[in-house]
Design a protein around this ligand. Structure first.
Ligand code: HEC
Ligand code: HEC
Length: 324
């Protein structure tokens, strides 16, 4: 009996030692993706224009790094807050920590080198070697065309500084360790030619991280087919919104023609129509419609073509559940 107890004790101590060594390894050695690239991003008018389009209307830097006003339908950013940071993604939204978008105007990141910015955007690793939480879709950005990333950097350099500081992000245990295993070396892909509509649409769909929201997700993992919908998002008041199916099934994209798909976005482009206020229990969404509304019609059409090329998936999602 005594012997059995001893064996159990040693096994338990051994396991603790292994776990301890594992966590030490993770916190010292990871992420391991090499130094920032030695690059100098030349600021050209073409890059600034392309970067502005991507940062505002495709890659959503402006919206996430601004303050969204969720008292209004679709939670548009408060005008003037864009890029100044301060949006909070925390436990009240069901997240494993409190993540606060930093100021990415020159006031916040002006002293970063182009290489440090490039590495952060494409791998999620900060200049001090620590990772950021992947609510920012850096795994997607790391699969884009390098030239597009350089355009975003060129545009960020032209922003007016906004003098605002925010508290640092803090991940809960065990996410603080798991986060360190996420950054991967970027694997860039050339932007497909515009006449290859499906590939071009996929490129935009990934750059805009549509799939992050429109693919079902549970316990830290994507579990459904891409764009199959069903991912749940919690609002601080306890209401839940779920992403609809975007595959070409009658429960999804099948409800749309190319034209009605594009106008579903473009209806938010008319800034003269003011969006209604949202009261307790009213329908609300986290899809940043007003920002995507600025996407070029031909780009939205390409996304439609890509979605239409996917395998149809039967998934009739109940979109909204008010808190009771
Ligand atoms: C879905 C929201 C979201 C989107 C989209 C997003 N970010 Fe972020 N970003 C964040 C959050 C949140 C953090 C902080 C995360 C953390 O510290 O763990 C962050 C961190 C950063 C940082 C690190 C800054 C610092 O001081 O540590 C930079 C730089 C940055 N983002 C740039 C960008 C750029 C450029 C884009 C667009 C190409 C972008 N982000 C898109 C949410 C987002
Ligand atoms: C932050 C999460 C999020 C992102 C990013 C996002 N969506 Fe959505 N989307 C939603 C949610 C939630 C809804 C359901 C509520 C609503 O209609 O706004 C929705 C609704 C939609 C609808 C309406 C479908 C219907 O049946 O009425 C379309 C179309 C759509 N999204 C396409 C896209 C595309 C294309 C992208 C990328 C360019 C995208 N979404 C990015 C969360 C997101």
């Amino acid at each position: 009996m005594k012997k059995v107890f001893k064996i159990l004790l040693f096994t338990a101590l051994g396991l603790l030692l292994i776990i301890g060594l594992g966590l030490t390894y993770i916190s010292v050695a990871l992420p391991n993706i090499g130094p920032p690239p030695d690059i100098q991003v030349e600021i050209t008018p073409e890059r600034v224009e392309r970067g502005k389009y991507l940062a505002w209307h495709v890659m959503m830097c402006a919206e996430c790094h601004g303050k969204r006003d969720f008292s209004i339908l679709t939670g548009p950013p408060i005008p003037g807050s864009e890029f100044g940071g301060g949006e909070v993604f925390d436990q009240s939204l069901g997240l494993p920590g409190s993540f606060i978008s930093p100021n990415i105007t020159p006031y916040g990141i002006g002293h970063w080198t182009d290489g440090e910015l490039f590495r952060l955007i494409t791998t999620g690793v900060k200049p001090d070697g620590n990772p950021i939480f992947p609510i920012m879709p850096f795994p997607n950005y790391g699969k884009m065309d390098k030239e597009d990333i350089k355009s975003v950097i060129a545009y960020l350099r032209t922003l007016e500084p906004i003098e605002k500081d925010h508290p640092p992000s803090r991940a809960d245990f065990p996410m603080n360790f798991i986060m360190r295993t996420i950054p991967q070396e970027a694997e860039f892909n050339p932007k497909p030619p515009r006449n290859d509509l499906i590939a071009y649409g996929k490129y935009l769909f990934d750059a805009a991280a549509c799939g992050d929201c429109h693919t079902n997700f549970d316990k830290g993992q994507f579990i459904g087919p891409t764009a199959g919908g069903g991912r749940e998002f919690l609002f601080p008041d306890g209401s839940i919104v779920r992403s609809p199916n975007l595959t070409p099934h009658i429960t999804g994209l099948g409800k749309f023609t190319k034209e009605s798909f594009v106008s579903r976005f473009k209806m938010y482009a008319d800034t003269s129509i003011s969006l209604p206020e949202v009261g307790p229990g009213d329908f609300q969404t986290i899809m940043p419609w007003t920002m995507y509304a600025g996407m070029k019609t031909e780009d939205l059409e390409a996304i439609y073509e890509y979605l239409n090329s996917l395998e149809p998936f039967d998934n009739n999602v109940q979109i909204f559940m008010a808190a009771n």
